[in-house]
Design a protein around this ligand. Structure first.
Ligand SMILES: Nc1nc2c(ncn2[C@@H]2O[C@H](COP(=O)(O)OP(=O)(O)OP(=O)(O)O)[C@@H](O)[C@H]2O)c(=O)[nH]1
Ligand SMILES: [Mg+2]
Length: 271
């Protein structure tokens, strides 16, 4: 077996990828990170403690597709989402996912560009219970997506805070962000200032979710899908009623699972 083949097999087996977690301040990025890690911040009394705004960035590591491999570091956890898979020789692959959680305050956003290199997938978190800020979130997202270093990188939008009564569903969030506003999709929701993502080769999807895993009043719907590659079907909200909070909790894992699977296909297919 040649050296190149060995290296390729090693890469295929390890499947490291880097996701960048962005969004306006207060969207819930760090909360999403804690939810994914299964480690809500707790005080000494065991009660949840408020999450402080992120100044700078934090890196966390998740593994997908195999049991927990290392939890000693405190920032490593396994996640039950799809995204592992057979790597061609009958053995299962493990995706090791490095998530960069970067602060979203206006004063910090200019530094986001320092994190674009080597990004394989984008997680963009929005506060679906704060419609007034969604157009601004859409503009910021569009700016990020214009970045050459992020060309074609799949985008998972997390329409967070679905536990808050009145939170917008995935389709409304997609429209408010300008994702549905360009020609070619046949989608409703023409929105001024569309972000111009549609028509490029980027896969995107909006998932309704909550980082809280509790509360009431959640309104369920299905993810809204679009982007290049002919996957522009836009399923209508189903108005699901059963166990809505649970669905929103699962929406988080599903969203990350979708992104991991998409990135995997992009990075590791054919290895
Ligand atoms: N109800 C509800 N509150 C949430 C949810 N996610 C986050 N929050 C709250 O929203 C506030 C901001 O959450 P953070 O996770 O700090 O937001 P962030 O995007 O990391 O903010 P920056 O670090 O400043 O960019 C906190 O008070 C969280 O408790 C959610 O799903 N539901
Ligand atoms: Mg934060």
């Amino acid at each position: 077996m040649g050296l190149l083949t060995i290296l390729r097999k090693l890469k295929a087996r390890q499947r490291h990828m880097r996701l960048l977690l962005l969004g306006l301040d207060n969207a819930g990025k760090t909360s999403v990170m804690h939810a994914l890690l299964g480690t809500p911040p707790l005080g000494v009394d065991g009660e949840p403690t408020p999450i402080a705004p992120t100044v700078g960035f934090d890196i966390h590591t998740l593994t997908v597709g195999s049991p927990v491999s290392d939890s000693a570091a405190g920032t490593t956890a396994s996640l039950s989402v799809p995204g592992g898979g057979d790597i061609g020789d009958g053995s299962a692959a493990t995706n090791t996912i490095h998530v960069w959680d970067v602060g979203g305050q206006a004063s910090i956003r200019p530094f986001w560009r320092n994190y674009f290199d080597a990004t394989d997938g984008l997680l963009f978190v929005v506060d679906a219970a704060d419609p007034a800020r969604l157009p601004a979130a859409g503009r910021v997202m569009a700016q990020v997506c214009k970045e050459e270093r992020l060309a074609g990188v799949p985008l998972c939008v997390l329409a967070n805070k679905q536990d808050v009564p009145g939170a917008m569903d995935a389709r409304s969030v997609a429209a408010a962000l300008g994702l549905l506003g360009e020609e070619g999709r046949g989608a409703q929701g023409e929105e001024e200032g569309g972000v111009g993502l549609i028509g490029d080769k980027r896969h995107w999807m909006v998932f309704p979710c909550t980082a809280m895993g509790g509360g009431g009043g959640w309104r369920g719907d299905t993810p809204v899908e679009g982007g290049g590659g002919g996957n522009g079907a836009l399923p209508l909200p189903t108005g699901a009623t059963a166990d809505r909070v649970d669905l929103a909790v699962r929406g988080l894992a599903e969203g990350v699972g979708w992104l991991v699977a998409d990135v995997s296909a992009r990075l590791f297919e054919g290895l």
